[in-house]
Design a protein around this ligand. Structure first.
Ligand code: FES
Ligand SMILES: [Fe+2]
Length: 451
């Protein structure tokens, strides 16, 4: 006995895999923690009640830092996007090379929505009567100013939200009293130091409406427990039961999971040879054949392949990244709704929002963030693809093999929402370890709702 506290099963497996790495392991991959959050479930009303939604609007969406877009989606001065969240709307605009502003998207005359879509701006002009603002929010004029002697034009500025940038993401916050973005993000910047997301570029952005409360959708993506039922084709190549779930002491807004890839799930009852894992990986991801050398592992072959592919793709040196960074699903959660991934194989980011003011409909954004090639030239940002009602993730070819997996993930969500409406118990029941990120999310959400 060493006297070390016993790690939960998944954390032990992941940390043992890291012990076997032949390259230096980033310290943040070693940071594992599992705060005891008790065994309570989550109240059914969190997902079904209009009153809870209204409270979230007032206590969460109006007050928290939230990701509005990537910096590279507004590369030139004047470029703008519209960020809609739960009935609020902001115009996020690049005012200068290093200055991004966010204005409430409503005309101060009679309220008209100023912008409906992304675009390049030289000013903000209301389509109804022509009130106009400059891109710094100052008032530029209206027709017939003699009829508005009561309007102090010097101070008739568009109300603003705060803006912060981390990892190439533009965050906004409508609460001017809230703590800084830096303090809000807690351990996140430190953890991502080895994987700077500002050195990535957006290669795909797909948005889909999902028929459930935004939290139902979000929670389907912060546990690997569903893999055995939802993604049986992944069991040969993915350590669902061997996943590490990290909830850190004193950290409210961030948690993490690491699902090892290139090992077989413990749900597979027969012996799985390393070559079987490799073959299955290439089967699900439609990649060329390869062979595990005598005494080698599928993870080493796949790790080498990722290091080689990244170097070819970017002209940069990836020879020192571990197999874990090259392969594993290292997914962070940032309260209330952002999930940036740290690994390289699937360079994903998810975001979940209420769909406008509908508490039983959600928007899910999927972003792919590829490393910027040597030289720093970023390809132009892709147009955001909005999938229609009768489309699926597979209708976004830019998502590749992920489309099928995402379809599996979201196929049950309408049934979850229906079942929650009809649930006779007051609470849902959560696993102690594999669903501890959901409990952590709801603890933090509860602290906001009660504040
Ligand atoms: S409502 Fe905008 S100018 Fe009248
Ligand atoms: Fe999944």
């Amino acid at each position: 006995m060493t006297g070390e506290p016993l790690l939960p099963h998944g954390a032990r497996i992941v940390q043992e895999l890291l012990d076997g790495e032949t390259r230096p392991v980033p310290a943040t991959l070693r940071a594992t923690a599992n705060v005891d959050l008790g065994t309570a479930g989550v109240a059914r009303s969190r997902y079904t009640s209009r009153a809870v939604h209204d409270l979230e609007v007032e206590k969460v969406w109006a007050r928290v830092w939230q990701m509005a877009c990537r910096e590279e989606q507004i590369p030139q001065v004047g470029d703008s996007i519209v960020y809609d969240i739960a009935g609020f709307s902001l115009i996020v605009v690049r005012r200068g090379p290093d200055e991004i502003r966010a204005f409430h998207n409503s005309c101060l005359h009679r309220g008209t929505r100023l912008r409906t879509e992304a675009g390049s701006l030289t000013e903000l002009r209301c389509p109804f009567h022509g009130f106009t603002w400059n891109l710094d929010g100052s008032f530029a004029g209206m027709p017939c100013p003699w009829d508005f002697p009561h309007v102090e034009t010097d101070t008739f500025c568009l109300p603003e939200a705060r803006v912060g940038v981390w990892g190439g993401f533009v965050f906004v916050n409508m609460d001017h009293q809230a703590p800084s973005l830096e303090s809000y993000l807690e351990i996140l910047p430190g953890h991502f130091a080895p994987w700077p997301l500002e050195d990535r570029y957006l290669s795909a952005h797909v948005v889909r409406v999902l028929p459930c409360n935004w939290k139902v959708a979000l929670e389907a993506f912060i546990e690997s427990y569903h893999t055995v039922a939802v993604h049986p084709q992944l069991l040969t190549t993915s350590g669902d039961t061997q996943t590490e779930y990290d909830v850190y002491p004193g950290v409210r807004h961030v948690n993490r999971m690491i699902t090892p890839v290139g090992i077989a799930s413990e749900h597979v009852e027969h012996d799985v040879a390393e070559q079987d894992i490799l073959d299955a990986m290439f089967l699900t991801r439609d990649d060329p054949e390869s062979t595990v050398p005598e005494g080698g592992t599928a993870r080493q072959v796949l790790g080498d392949r990722t290091r080689r592919r990244l170097a070819e793709q970017t002209g940069r040196d990836y020879s020192s990244i571990t197999d874990s960074e090259a392969l594993d699903a290292i997914e962070y959660f940032v309260f209330p709704n952002l999930m940036p991934w740290a690994g390289y194989t699937t360079p994903l980011t998810y975001r979940f929002r209420p769909n406008g003011t509908d508490h039983e409909s959600a928007l899910m954004d999927v972003m792919l963030l590829e490393p910027v090639p040597a030289g720093g030239e970023r390809p132009a940002p892709p147009a955001t693809r909005h999938l229609g009602d009768n489309q699926s993730w597979a209708d976004a070819p830019e998502l590749g093999y992920l489309g099928r997996i995402l379809n599996q993930d979201t196929a049950t969500l309408a049934r979850v929402q229906q079942g929650l409406r009809a649930l006779s118990a007051p609470d849902v029941t959560l696993a102690l370890y594999q669903e501890n990120r959901i409990r952590h999310f709801h603890d933090t959400l509860g602290s906001y709702l009660e504040a």
